[in-house]
Write a protein that binds this ligand. Structure first.
Ligand SMILES: [Zn+2]
Length: 314
């Protein structure tokens, strides 16, 4: 059974309205608001990626992949802010990473993305969801400060995703694009990311770094950030997706695509007395869903431009 966002929201609102709380707002759980990075040990071997398609094939890369982090966005009624989960802690939880134009798995400096067509989940049809994800991608691509040559890899009738395969779901563990919107997954998938994650995670982006023959992260363009091999985005089918009061696909896709393009979370979370969550400042990269947001605003703009303004030169 899926989570009933609206019912839960109404219940929380009614409960809080009955309390004697007088403060305008209270800070969301301090530990979540200020320690947005958590460490979860993981014992996975380095991942080799296969060639999948002509348009998405890898070149003869000397590198393998290692899952380093997952960033997730939460449902508003959960009273949780999204977090960054670090799976491979090499002594620094503040690792920074981005794509390197000289260490791309397909040998092309332009950034590619892919949209799964075989895991559309149970709400809406695949073309409707794909169109929403395409609009979100186009929104980032339309930023004036950056030119990263975003292009879309054509869909295949196959489930593709390294992380899904690692977790035992039917999926091909391979590279298809730099940013793979890998579809809607059942609840159990999200319990891997966080305890009971299926109940509050709407979407998650995994970052897999390139490692060399010694198992070390690499920084081939010398920008002080380790080089990303690929990113995979998964959406939680345990929630209702759609227009209006349901979880809006384009809004979450815009957020996850932001992670795909190396942006982290931004903004401080508050819970207002009526039980709604609010961020300051409001941004696409806020760590919880607070309603439809399909345009890039203030801090999103600055974050994106600082990462991509000089691409492919550093
Ligand atoms: Zn996020």
């Amino acid at each position: 059974m899926k989570n009933l966002n609206l019912a839960a929201l109404a219940l929380i609102g009614a409960t809080l309205a009955g309390c004697q709380e007088t403060e305008e707002s209270r800070v969301l759980d301090q530990s979540l608001a200020h320690e947005e990075t958590v460490y979860k040990p993981l014992d996975w071997a380095p991942i080799d990626v296969n060639s999948i398609s002509k348009s998405g094939r890898t070149t003869a890369s000397p590198y393998r992949l290692e899952l380093v982090s997952a960033e997730y966005i939460t449902a508003p009624e959960s009273e949780r802010a999204g977090q960054t989960v670090i799976f491979n802690d090499r002594g620094n939880k503040q690792l920074a990473y981005d794509f390197s134009p000289v260490a791309k798995l397909n040998g092309i400096s332009d950034i590619s993305y892919y949209v799964d067509q075989v895991r559309p989940g149970t709400d809406l049809d695949s073309p409707t969801k794909e169109a929403a994800i395409d609009r979100a991608a186009a929104t980032w691509d339309g930023m004036n400060c950056s030119a990263f040559g975003l292009y879309k890899v054509a869909g295949l009738p196959l489930p593709i995703g390294v992380i899904a395969a690692q977790l035992g779901f039917p999926s091909i563990a391979g590279y298809i694009a730099d940013i793979n919107h890998a579809g809607w997954m059942p609840a159990s998938f999200f319990d891997f990311v966080a305890e009971d994650g299926s109940q509050f995670i709407l979407g998650v982006t995994f970052t897999l770094l390139l490692i060399d023959e010694n198992g070390d992260y690499i920084d081939t363009n010398g920008d002080g950030k380790f080089d990303v091999g690929l990113r995979e985005i998964y959406y939680n089918d345990n929630f209702y997706w759609g227009d209006g009061d349901l979880v809006d696909v384009e809004t979450i896709a815009l957020h996850e695509m932001g992670h795909g393009l190396s942006q982290g979370h931004f903004g401080k979370a508050f819970i207002k007395k009526e039980g709604t969550i609010q961020f300051a400042p409001r941004a696409v990269m806020n760590a919880a869903y607070t309603g439809v947001q399909t345009e890039i605003i203030g801090s999103d703009n600055g974050g994106h431009c600082s990462i991509w303004g000089n691409w492919p030169n550093q």
